[in-house]
Design a protein around this ligand. Structure first.
Ligand code: SF4
Length: 193
């Protein structure tokens, strides 16, 4: 952080007490964090309005939010399209990240259930029962391992292309893929479509 930069109150950055504590500790240890780097950077005025597109090699196409309809992108995208696509891609990226995280968690869970991860155990049997109940699985008088196995069965899908079994998030993957496809070069000129 620059020496002349105003120090930000960590309580303005987060409502989470643990995160505030961590940020304070980082500050005390002289470790820079993302919030400080962001506040120490002058945003690009075009990027700040999300008026720049670099979805394809024709661009980057930079439009001017102060005169928004004076120009279109090379593929005829309007500023509305570019801003909508940029926003959609941010959401898309977040969805892909959470989906991937979910798949990794599920794969580890299944490894635990099937005895391939001896360093892990089911740490919260009550939560396991709650998840099972949410899936309509009966838990009365069943061993945790059986319940866990039935949870795997309910949410998983068989191994695909030798990559191991994974949670059935195919609908999320389809939505994520379609969003990138629709927002590609020349796609979705009308953001309402
Ligand atoms: S997709 Fe369109 S607006 Fe984006 S960089 Fe390519 S030509 Fe420019």
């Amino acid at each position: 952080m620059s020496k002349d930069k105003k120090e930000i109150d960590v309580n303005e950055l987060t409502l989470c007490k643990s995160t505030a504590q961590m940020l304070q500790r980082m500050r005390a240890d002289g470790v820079e964090n993302a919030f400080e780097r962001a506040s120490d950077m002058k945003p690009c005025p075009i990027g700040a309005k999300s008026a720049c597109c670099k979805n394809c090699a024709v661009g980057p196409c930079r439009l001017n939010a102060k005169d928004p309809y004076a120009k279109n992108g090379g593929c005829v995208a309007t500023i509305d399209t570019i801003q909508a696509r940029n926003f959609a891609r941010m959401v898309d990226s977040g969805s892909a990240a959470h989906s991937s995280h979910g798949m990794n968690m599920f794969n580890l869970f299944r490894d635990v259930v099937e005895g391939r991860a001896p360093d892990y155990t089911i740490g919260d049997p009550q939560k396991l029962k709650e998840v099972a109940a949410s899936l309509g699985i009966e838990t009365e008088e069943k061993d945790d391992t059986i319940i866990a196995s039935e949870v795997c069965e309910a949410v998983g899908m068989p191994p695909v292309l030798g990559m191991g079994s994974c949670v059935d998030n195919s609908r999320i993957l389809m939505a994520v893929t379609e969003m990138v496809n629709a927002g590609g070069m020349g796609g979705c000129r009308d953001p309402g479509t």
